[in-house]
Design a protein around this ligand. Structure first.
Ligand SMILES: N[C@@H](CCC(=O)N[C@@H](CS)C(=O)NCC(=O)O)C(=O)O
Length: 333
């Protein structure tokens, strides 16, 4: 991709565990990029300025193509920067990598991990943060509710540690796919567990510790060492404010020249139809609207205008709804 810093702008805030998936990936690959730091709560005018309503973090632009959701971001970085990519190469490796993504992102590990946020955390006394996260998650962030959810969350996360200790890491390998260096499969497996390990008061240490799961904790430490080395060698990201980031993106060309459209898609939507796209698991009230210009089994692409400049918004299919919009408004499918 032409343009400075490989045409990449990452919108994130550093304590977002989902953003770390992308930050780590970029660091391990040594890919040069620019970043635009975001506040941890809404509103985010910097994203409005590039035509994005989607509220979750991270979001990554490559040229004038904008990718929302860490799953599609990692997939596109693998495809668009294929030299020495980090993804698995064998069918078995690809299966493990994909299952780990599904396990942590879609099948509830992250939701359970977020229920281990300790009620002593100062942010939980901030009404602005609480109402923001209630809007994002659609569930109560009241301290009593958090405390009530803790036992099931502990059970799920403890089983997660046990699973890694007794299966993928059981034979003493350094990395999930028995490679010499950490790969995407390690990122997919580690991010929630590493986040909890760093969250003071999150893990019940009497149940989950170096003693009970030595291989998992050694792997987390090894991963952080590898990351530190990689960060030391990678180009330092350039920080842009919202105005400079928008200007850079709106002036850039498209990273993807040819978009695929499946005319036999079961939704029966026409290319060019006006649609809305939004996630159905969290952040569901924030809808993006535009012309449907790309549609495959795992991607939907909208074209929208920002000050008479076209941008393309890409989302994964899993966990996202695509809704046709009639001329007068929206109707339910
Ligand atoms: N499936 C999404 C989930 C992203 C997500 O939930 N991110 C959290 C931050 S870790 C978020 O956006 N929280 C609310 C916010 O920051 O607005 C992804 O893979 O990127």
């Amino acid at each position: 991709m032409d343009g400075p810093n490989n045409g990449i702008v990452l919108y994130h805030y550093s304590f977002s565990p989902y953003a770390r998936r992308v930050l780590w990936y970029l660091a391990l690959r040594g890919i040069d990029y620019a970043e635009c730091k975001q506040p941890p709560t809404m509103p985010r005018p910097d994203l409005k300025a590039i035509g994005v309503n989607y509220r979750r973090i991270p979001i990554l632009a490559i040229g004038r193509d904008i990718y929302s959701d860490s799953r599609i971001i990692l997939r596109k970085l693998e495809e668009l920067f294929p030299d020495e990519a980090l993804g698995a190469t064998t069918p078995e490796g690809k299966a493990i990598q994909k299952f780990l993504e599904i396990w942590t992102v879609e099948a509830g590990i992250f939701v359970r991990a977020s229920q281990l946020i300790p009620t002593s955390m100062p942010l939980l006394n901030d009404p602005k943060f609480i109402s923001d996260r209630e809007e994002y998650s659609g569930r109560s962030w009241n301290k009593d509710q958090i405390a009530a959810n803790r036992p099931e969350a502990v059970a799920a996360i403890r089983n997660g540690f046990k699973f890694l200790e007794t299966t993928l890491l059981a034979d003493g390998r350094n990395w999930v796919l028995k490679t010499d260096k950490p790969t995407l499969a390690d990122i997919e497996a580690i991010w929630t567990f590493d986040w909890l390990n760093g969250l003071k008061g999150g893990l019940p240490r009497e149940l989950i510790s170096e003693k009970s799961y030595p291989k998992v904790f050694a792997w987390i430490a090894r991963f952080n060492d590898a990351l530190k080395t990689a960060k030391g060698q990678a180009p330092k990201p350039v920080t842009l404010d919202g105005g400079a980031a928008a200007q850079r993106i709106l002036k850039a060309s498209f990273a993807e020249k040819n978009l695929s459209f499946d005319p036999a898609d079961p939704l029966g939507l026409q290319q060019g139809a006006e649609v809305e796209v939004f996630p159905i698991d969290s952040g569901s009230r924030h809808h993006d609207r535009g012309r449907l210009v790309g549609l495959t089994d795992d991607e939907v692409v909208l074209s929208t205008q920002v000050k008479a400049t076209e941008v393309r918004l890409h989302f994964p299919r899993t966990g996202f709804r695509i809704k046709a919009v009639s001329a007068g408004g929206s109707f339910k499918l």
